[in-house]
Design a protein around this ligand. Structure first.
Ligand code: BES
Ligand code: ZN
Ligand code: ZN
Length: 402
């Protein structure tokens, strides 16, 4: 028997998850452990942490760390649910951790095609100049500076009655373009495809856990680079929806690729559009690394989601679509600019920009998330993280469990 003592479990609502992870790595190896009878939530969180602790990103280690693991024996229902949860989180983490030389737009579309094969989804990819003929001019404009062609990845699956559209920003590397980032700001920008990674992780999870959903996934995948072909500050580009956008800042590229994808998402009848994006530094200044900001025109979804996110210990926090700030996106020569004149409320002005391209904001939720953990905690090693993924799944599960 193992007797465990803890302190300050209230300091961080995730401490049961952390404790599970800690036990899994620190108890004597090669044994099967069982939990005593515990509150269901505590049991689930300990087991989740236990499972998450097995994640390691070792693709680029010559000597792989083959630690023998101990198992935690839990009942079958819980273990099968946790397995799909942990697999989804690990899949997203691997994508974000993979460096940009090995995860270019072409790699990402190949991975989406593999996922489609594995789960019997349909996959369609629009590449390079076809983006122009199929009317995705913004995705093309942002990605044309790279020799790995920009693309829009589309997946469809599920046969349930509720239609959910998932959109993810996948900027496989964000140099900032000609509005180049300083080196410390650029250092981690392999993770700027985190929105796409969360979308694919959620897709995998939805394929494993049958909900009453049919889903459509749209992932614009590009590299934001500097080259003789790259787009420039001051360029004016007509979007899919027809609005003209003046490029004030080539580093505000996420909203550009998303605006064409969101317009396409809105063209089909759908009950819900969810987008994930590592969109603004401003959202991190406001809420820090742990807590994605989210925006929606649907108060009831917002309340449910916010409560569920705290229950499942993947907290998200609603920020307002405060219309008066839309003024900050005025353009002289065009309909709007992509980057606000003031640095204030940067997460909100980015969300207001996106809202222009969504048909019905009461069916839309936008997540501005970090996708990274700067330090190592039990169960969350330094590197890729999946903030908002578990919260959104829990919301969909509650609404659409068949
Ligand atoms: N990918 C970045 C946002 C980002 C930076 C997210 C760091 C998380 C951590 C995005 O493309 C960007 O550069 N946004 C700019 C927008 C600005 C130019 C209006 C930002 O946040 O500074
Ligand atoms: Zn940027
Ligand atoms: Zn970016």
């Amino acid at each position: 028997k193992v007797l465990v003592g803890t302190q300050n479990i209230e300091d961080d609502p995730r401490n049961w998850i952390r404790l599970g992870a800690y036990l899994s790595t620190n108890l004597p190896k090669g044994k099967d452990y069982q939990l005593p009878s515990l509150d269901n939530v505590v049991q689930k969180e300990l087991a989740l942490g236990w499972g998450l602790a097995s994640y390691q990103f070792q693709r680029f280690k010559t000597n792989k760390n083959e630690t023998s693991r101990s198992s935690l024996v839990v009942d079958k229902d819980l273990s099968s649910k946790l397995e799909s949860e942990i697999a989804a989180v690990s899949f997203s983490r691997d994508l974000v951790n993979t460096p940009s030389n090995e995860l270019r737009p072409s790699h990402l579309s190949a991975i989406a095609e593999d996922l489609a094969k594995q789960y019997g989804l349909t996959c369609n990819v629009i590449i390079g100049d076809d983006l122009l003929t199929k009317n995705f001019p913004m995705i093309h404009a942002v990605g044309k500076g790279s020799d790995d062609a920009p693309r829009l990845i589309e997946l469809r699956g599920g046969s349930g009655k509720n239609k959910v559209t998932i959109v993810g920003k996948a900027v496989c590397f964000d140099t900032g373009g000609y509005d180049i980032k300083p080196s410390n700001g650029m250092r981690n920008m392999k993770k700027d495809m985190g929105g796409g990674a969360l979308s694919l992780g959620l897709t995998k999870w939805l394929c494993e856990e049958k909900l009453d959903i049919s889903f459509r996934v749209l992932i614009p995948a590009v590299e934001n680079r500097i080259s003789d072909k790259a787009f420039l500050p001051g360029d004016i580009i007509k979007t899919r929806l027809g609005k003209f956008v003046e490029i004030d800042n080539t580093d505000a590229e996420g909203r550009l690729v998303l605006c064409d994808a969101l317009a396409a998402a809105s063209e089909e009848d759908t009950d819900m559009i969810i987008d994930f994006a590592t969109l603004t530094g401003a959202c991190r200044v406001a809420l820090g690394p742990d807590m994605p900001g989210f925006f929606t025109g649907n108060d009831s979804w917002a309340n449910d989601l916010q409560a569920l996110s705290f229950e499942c210990k993947d907290p998200v926090w609603r920020l307002p679509l405060w219309r008066p700030y839309f003024n900050m996106l005025k353009s002289g020569p065009a309909d709007l600019v992509n980057s606000a004149s003031s640095g204030f409320a940067g997460a909100i002005t980015a969300a207001l920009y996106l809202k222009e391209f969504v048909k019905d904001a009461s069916k839309w939720m936008h997540f501005d998330t970090y996708c990274w953990s700067d330090d190592s905690k039990p169960g969350t090693p330094q590197g890729a993280d999946t903030q908002a993924l578990r919260a959104v799944f829990s919301f969909l599960e509650k609404k659409f469990r068949s």
